[in-house]
Design a protein around this ligand. Structure first.
Ligand code: FAD
Ligand code: SF4
Length: 463
């Protein structure tokens, strides 16, 4: 029995090879590796890992089934709490969630919960195992705005209860950030498509190229006979750096850069989406979005790629795995560095980024130590492209076209965390549209809780 302090290593593409292709970096566990890793789980009675999971998956129970080779049973246990296990197993920040709480991590490596979840989900897909079938249709119509993890989870749970669910999506492809943001090499789009197909099997209808607030407003959707509406429209509006010169040619928001590459497949030779094939790129920011943009830039042929981050490595908000992979692929980290100005030539093309060295002072409101400029420390990075990855907020369209829907000063919809109830009767909301940019699993959790509350709402209304 493997009871070692170290987890079973996961197979990955070689850094030098993968930095030139968009194929998945992590190859996941095979059956034997999964069973071996599952044996490291102590099956704790008071399992701390469950408290670390935002949707409370019964982790020891599913791992116990993996240990025995009962992968279908393991899949059913995960499916009771999570609608998108193949996605979460790949992109959740496990080190700060379930694995961060695992007792095995006190002395040695935490159990590789994420990789086991991914294995089970992939095994189920390969073996054609279907999740719980939908109940008989109950004749009630529900609209879901946005097809990211919040909307997909909410729609799936409501369809299983028998509701007639229609998802309205602004883009031509469903999936939200899973499709347009997170790159193929971290989350293959066939995986996302399979999750969408599962919802279609449950009877969920997808209406694409439909911008709520333009194509129709929320009040018009109520007029079409939808009895309740879930808003899961995300936080897709990029924030720019706010330094002089950032209108120059060769400055992208990470959202635009990643959308062109992931959604519009600009990395393929036959793609008709234009993208600048930069040679020297700086990505400003330190989250998952910044890592994705930097690693994409490498794969698009850049020779030098920098992450410019104003705090230290300790404060980097990205997943550890992404940071590790970015380093292995040759991305250079400029810590304690803040951008001051985008420099450009007479044709307004980017030539560099003037930066300043920082040091850390006292903690600020976020609890992290505040970066303070070091006088006389300015320097210039020679570049031909700058990518801003310093955050996003919700697009204002829905709040501008929905009277009675309260939003806060950051433009997020105000909704209670427990049920997703908003200030407007019949309208529920969750995910990044409510919290601002967060994580896949938190968006899923919000979609799940809102689905239960919407079911309650419709039952009460029709009593
Ligand atoms: P979204 O996924 O943003 O989906 C919202 C959907 O609503 C979109 O499809 C949008 O087109 C649609 N929409 C918007 N307005 C309208 C409208 N008016 N009408 C109709 N449709 C509309 N999280 C992790 O946990 N791990 C990661 O590794 C990770 N990496 C990330 C990498 C990138 C590049 C980005 C951008 C985010 C990443 N995140 C990650 C964050 C995570 O993806 C989001 O928190 C999550 O997708 C939010 O889900 P959501 O359903 O609320 O919104
Ligand atoms: Fe297994 Fe770790 Fe959870 Fe204990 S805390 S049940 S060892 S995964």
């Amino acid at each position: 029995m493997a009871k070692g302090l170290n987890r079973v290593p996961v197979r990955e593409q070689e850094p030098k090879v993968r930095a030139t292709n968009f194929d998945e970096v992590c190859l996941g566990y095979n059956k034997d590796e999964a069973v071996e890793e599952a044996q490291r789980c102590l099956g704790c009675k008071n399992a701390k890992c469950i408290t670390g999971c935002p949707v409370n998956i019964n982790i020891p129970a599913f791992i116990a089934q993996v240990k025995e080779g009962n992968f279908e049973e393991a899949y059913k246990i995960i499916g009771e709490s999570s609608a998108l296990p193949a996605v979460c197993g790949r992109v959740c920040p496990q080190e700060s969630q379930c694995e961060g709480k695992c007792v095995r991590g006190i002395k040695g490596d935490a159990v590789s919960i994420g990789k086991l979840e991914r294995f089970v989900a992939d095994w189920a897909k390969e073996n054609g195992i279907k999740p719980v079938p939908a109940a008989e249709k109950n004749g009630h119509k529900i609209a879901v705005i946005g097809s990211g993890p919040a909307g997909l989870t909410c729609a799936g749970d409501l369809a299983k209860l028998g509701y007639d669910v229609t998802i309205f999506e602004a883009l031509h492809k469903a999936g939200g950030v899973l499709s347009y943001g997170i790159p193929e090499f971290r989350l293959p789009k066939t995986i996302v498509q399979k999750e969408i197909d599962t919802l279609k099997d449950l009877g969920v209808e997808f209406v694409l190229n439909f911008v709520v607030g333009r194509s129709e407003t929320i009040d018009e959707l109520f007029g079409d006979g939808f009895e309740a509406i879930f808003v899961g429209s995300g936080a897709g509006l990029p924030t720019f750096i706010g330094v002089p010169g950032e209108n120059a040619n060769g400055v992208y928001s990470a959202n635009e850069y990643l959308t062109r590459i992931n959604l519009m497949k600009a990395y393929k030779e036959n793609s008709d989406t234009p993208i600048y094939h930069a040679k020297k790129v700086a990505v400003v920011g330190g989250g998952n979005v910044a890592m994705d943009a930097a690693r994409c830039a490498k794969r698009m042929g850049a020779e030098e790629v920098y992450i410019v981050y104003r705090r230290s490595e300790k404060e980097l908000p990205a997943r550890l795995e992404e940071i590790h992979h970015a380093k292995e692929e040759g991305v250079v980290f400029k810590f304690l560095t803040a951008p001051l100005e985008v420099l450009s030539d007479e044709n307004f093309n980017v030539t560099g980024l003037k930066c300043q060295q920082m040091e850390l002072g006292e903690p600020d409101a976020s609890g992290r130590r505040r970066p303070i400029p070091v006088e006389g420390s300015e320097f210039v990075l020679d570049l031909d492209c700058v990518i801003a990855a310093i955050g996003t907020s919700p697009n204002p369209l829905i709040r501008h076209t929905t009277p009675g829907l309260d939003t806060n000063r950051k433009g997020c919809i105000v909704a209670d965390d427990e049920h997703g109830i908003t200030s407007k009767d019949g309208v529920f909301a969750g995910g990044d549209a409510v919290t601002g940019a967060a994580t896949v699993i938190l968006a899923m959790g919000a979609g799940k809780r809102a689905a239960a509350a919407m079911d309650e709402y419709i039952k009460n209304k029709n009593k």
